[in-house]
Design a protein around this ligand. Structure first.
Ligand SMILES: Cc1ncc(COP(=O)(O)O)c(C=O)c1O
Length: 484
């Protein structure tokens, strides 16, 4: 254990500042007092520690004091040259990375199953996507990582591409052979940008997949809040200075990020890093042991199968993040959407998301054997009640995984004149917006893509399953299309 990680420079400075009990004539306007509507809801500490940038507390846009020190410790924990604290989630980090890697009209290679933040980054940056096919697992009904072969083909066909963007892991925990892919991409002069939103815990236990920075990626964005114990929205952009320099990233970050970054969020990053660096190994030793027992128990249930390393490696995956429970439930005659609701309504369990055949439960630093076994017991109970009652739930998923044709770049479509159209009449038109279910927030169609009959039927299928549909309209039956 590196004892330097016992320090929490930002949290310590914030606490010392609060203890001064200053009379404030700066913002925030709650002045740390007289705001019962906040303290009664959240407690006194929230106001005491909710501060604005000052000389003592440093400034996120140009850190020279405790924020800088906290960022350096974060960089050390993740093995990167630099770390930039983020207060608008990995959504912002993904956007900053793509904007730092590509200028307008430069090509970026990426799988089609990226999070909407990457698509939005294409609009902001003007980068042109070259979409590659992720591996598809029709058994579980999900899209996974990409193979080295697929990347090589895209690079051969697009020798002018500037960057490669990948997810590590995917939302469902699947890991591609990132080491080989990064080596190949660097040999071909590409900047490698990684969405590591779901891999914040990777560096802290040897049985977890290697993290992107240790594999030499140029940039990675990590949602510390998703699995590693900081407050929601707090993330980190990590940089290995090679082609992209620190000041390039700083310029982009300062273009977009708030000038009033929340110290609660930033200090929570400092505290989470200390916890992970000091106790991560033993915490994850325990959690991974519980997970292994839980997955064994689930895989013995009739009608249920849970993804694990052994399964993932039988498919095209290189590795697997065991902290994800992708539980295939369609063998019970139920869809993932139904099991999601049953777990919530009847067992008081909130899982991350559902897809047609699976539910996804995410294990984080806050879990223990009790929470993990509550999930196992609930699924055991559901299996006992439901297995054999109905035939296996199956839909024709293969047609839903086709990459749509692209007529305009996302940015061209975004700035084009548009019309509102009923989704059922939109086949053949060029989409003017992204539509998706959330989570996972992977667009079914994005601006510039041609809306196919499959996309419309996929959209209608999700609506019929009661999924939360996200598009820009209040009316989910309408879509913006490009006015030709
Ligand atoms: C793969 C992926 N990337 C990026 C993000 C955005 O992360 P954040 O919620 O921290 O903004 C998400 C959010 O769910 C995600 O699933």
């Amino acid at each position: 254990m590196n004892r330097i990680h016992l320090k929490t420079p930002l949290y310590t400075a914030l606490q010392a500042y609060a203890e001064k009990q200053l009379v404030h004539f700066d913002v925030p306007g709650h002045k740390k007092r007289n705001c019962s509507w906040i303290t009664e809801a959240f407690g006194d500490r929230v106001l005491a520690l909710d501060a604005n940038s000052t000389k003592e507390l440093d400034m996120l846009s140009k850190p020279t004091g405790p924020i800088k020190e906290a960022e350096q410790l974060m960089a050390l924990a993740y093995g990167s040259d630099q770390a930039f604290f983020l207060v608008n989630g990995s959504t912002s980090g993904v956007q900053y990375m793509i904007m730092a890697a590509c200028r307008p009209n430069e090509k970026i290679i990426m799988p089609r199953n990226v999070h909407r933040s990457a698509i939005n980054a294409l609009i902001l940056s003007g980068a042109v996507p070259v979409f590659i096919e992720p591996e598809i697992d029709l058994e579980f009904g999900i899209s996974n990582g990409v193979s080295l072969k697929t990347v090589q083909q895209a690079v051969r066909e697009n020798p002018d591409a500037k960057a490669l963007f990948l997810m590590h892991p995917t939302y469902f925990g699947v890991v591609s052979d990132l080491k080989q892919i990064i080596e190949y991409a660097h040999d071909h002069d590409l900047v490698v940008v990684i969405d590591e939103a779901h891999g914040a815990h990777f560096p802290f236990h040897p049985d977890l997949p290697a993290n992107a920075m240790s594999l030499n990626a140029d940039m990675a964005t990590v949602s510390i809040h998703k699995t590693a114990g900081s407050l929601t929205q707090s993330s980190v952009l990590l940089l290995n200075e090679r082609k992209i320099k620190k000041h390039d990233v700083r310029t982009i970050v300062n273009l977009m990020q708030t000038s009033s970054a929340s110290y609660l969020l930033m200090a929570s990053l400092d505290l989470a890093r200390r916890q992970l660096a000091i106790n991560g190994l033993s915490d994850y030793q325990f959690i991974l042991h519980q997970i292994s027992k839980a997955k064994k128990a689930l895989n013995q249930l009739p009608g249920i199968e849970v993804m694990d390393k052994a399964y993932a490696r039988k498919t095209a995956a290189f590795d697997y993040d065991e902290t994800k429970f992708v539980v295939k439930v369609n063998g019970l005659g139920l869809s993932g959407f139904e099991v999601y609701d049953i777990l919530f309504n009847e067992y008081n369990i909130q899982v991350e998301l559902a897809e047609s055949y699976v539910i996804l439960a995410i294990i984080g630093v806050g879990d223990d054997n009790q929470t993990i076994f509550k999930l196992v017991e609930a699924l055991q109970d559901i299996a006992q009640r439901c297995y054999g009652q109905k035939k296996k739930y199956e839909v024709n998923l293969s047609r839903f995984f086709k990459i749509p044709m692209m007529e305009l770049t996302p940015r061209e479509a975004h700035y084009h004149k548009k019309l509102l159209c009923n989704i059922k009449d939109s086949v053949g038109k060029v989409s003017g917006e992204s539509i998706m279910i959330y989570p996972p927030g992977i667009p079914l169609v994005m601006p510039g893509e041609i809306i196919s009959a499959e996309i419309v039927s996929h959209y209608q299928f999700y609506r019929s399953q009661g999924c939360v549909m996200v598009n820009d309209q209040d009316n989910p039956g309408l879509i913006k299309v490009v006015d030709k």
